[in-house]
Each structure stands twice: as C-alpha cells, then as structure tokens.
Ligand binder design. Structure first.
Ligand SMILES: [Fe+2]
Ligand SMILES: [Fe+2]
Length: 257
C-alpha cells in the first residue's frame, strides 16, 4: 500500500504532548541541573548508539542497498552518539570515572529504545504485518519523530535555564547540530515508496517476502509507534518533576551494581 504521510503535520499534532504541565516542569528541572543535563546527554548518547546499530537490523542487503542514504544515516547517528557523550564528559567530568559514566545502569536510552521497539514488534505481530523490514521502518520513523520533538524541547528549556552561559551554549550547540541532521532522517516514509517499486526480477525469496509484507503496511503502522514513542519520552520527562527522588534513584543504581 502506498503511504501518504505528512511528517510536518504529524509533528505538529504530537508536539502538544510535550506541553503537558508535568512534562514542562520536568523539562525545566532537567535543564537547570548539571547532574540531570549530564544524565540526559549520556542517555541520548546511548540511544543514538542503538539507532546506529538499528541500521543493520534490516538484515537484508539487497533491500538495504535500495534505501537511499542508509550509510549516511548510520554515520550521522554515530556522530550524535559521540558528540553528546563528548560534551557530557567535557562539561561534567565529576560524573565520569575516566571515560565511563558513573551511573550507567540508570540511563534512559536503552530502556526507552527497547520498550518502543518491543511494543511495536508485538503490535505488528498482532496485526499480522510483522517483518523485520516493517519493524525497522516503523520503529525508525517513530524514533525520528520523537527525537525531533524531544531534542527541540530540551534545547529550548536549556536556552532559558539558569546554567552558566558556557555550559548552556555548548549543550544547545550540540543539540541544535544534531537536530539539523535529524531533520533529514524523518523522510523514512519516502523509503517505503521507493522500496515498493523495487523491480522483483532478480530478488531472492527472502527479499520478496519482505516486500510482500511491506505492501501490507498501513499508514497507522507509522503513526501509532510515533505516538507511542513520544508518549514514552513524556513519561520520562515527568520523572524529573521529583528531582530529589530521581537523583537519589540514579545515584543508588551505582551502589546497587
Ligand atoms: Fe540521531
Ligand atoms: Fe536520526
């Protein structure tokens, strides 16, 4: 099925979720506290690393080769992983032991990533439209929508935070730089159309099966995980509403390990 999806309209539709009062309050607490800014940047780095690895998730070279700019996207996600962790280490060395973040078990990147991936996998299976290519495309789309909304909201909160100007400037610069590249990633639905047009002649059976499953994918298979992903980060931001308890929990994760 051909998918008509207006990414800009979907972003505008989902953006108000991050305007909920508790999410706003959480963002403000995050952006004003060096401990949480370090934690957030390191969590982002972890999530971006998984985004980089996900490019290999298609596991089908004939079709992966049809997806435009895939190596570029992989390279950019790797850059995001590195730039965020470098900024965190430079700005907040007190929460690193050498290169290693002190509270790795509390980071949100992997928890969030796996939650959205697995819920989406379950949903596609239940709908009878699961394939690893379908999971890759819809989950990647969801992450990219979420990233644009969340990173923008955090950058805005940091811009007006009481952090020292040099810290604020570096954090905003890193996030804005990433956002610029992420805007190109959200076009994943365009890849859907290009893949559907793949000439079938010389394809392997495996690739043909993936294209058959792709043809079954519907518009809501992109929209639903995107909303799921945004709602997941809204709950994540709400955790900063109780900064004392959340910080204690993060610090306790090191002692428990
Ligand atoms: Fe990224
Ligand atoms: Fe991306």
């Amino acid at each position: 099925m051909e998918i008509q999806l207006d990414e800009g309209a979907l972003l505008a539709e989902l953006a108000p979720l991050l305007d909920a009062p508790r999410c706003r309050a959480g963002l403000r607490n995050l952006a004003g506290d060096p401990f949480f800014v370090a934690f957030f940047l390191t969590s982002v780095s972890q999530g971006e690393g998984l985004g980089e690895a996900a490019v290999g998730m298609i596991g089908q070279d004939e079709l992966a080769a049809r997806i435009r700019d895939l190596p570029k996207q992989e390279r950019e996600e790797r850059g995001h992983k590195e730039r965020t962790i470098d900024a965190a280490r430079d700005l907040f060395p007190e929460w690193f032991a050498g290169d290693a973040y002190r509270f790795p078990d509390a980071l949100q990147g992997r928890t969030y990533y796996v939650e959205v991936l697995e819920r989406n996998r379950e949903r596609l299976r239940a709908e009878g439209r699961y394939s690893r290519l379908n999971l890759y495309l819809t989950t990647t789309f969801a992450y990219e929508i979420m990233v644009l909304l969340l990173y923008r909201a955090v950058a805005d909160a940091v811009r007006s935070s009481p952090l020292p100007a040099p810290v604020r400037d570096r954090v905003v610069r890193v996030i804005d730089g990433i956002l610029e590249e992420e805007e190109g990633h959200v076009g994943v639905v365009g890849q859907h159309a290009a893949l559907l047009e793949t000439p079938r002649g010389d394809l392997s059976r495996d690739a043909e099966d993936l294209l058959d499953a792709l043809a079954e994918l519907e518009l809501r298979d992109y929209r639903i995980p995107a909303e799921m992903a945004v709602r997941a980060v809204v709950s994540m931001m709400e955790r900063y509403c109780d900064p004392v308890a959340y910080r204690a929990e993060i610090e306790a994760s090191a002692r428990a390990a």
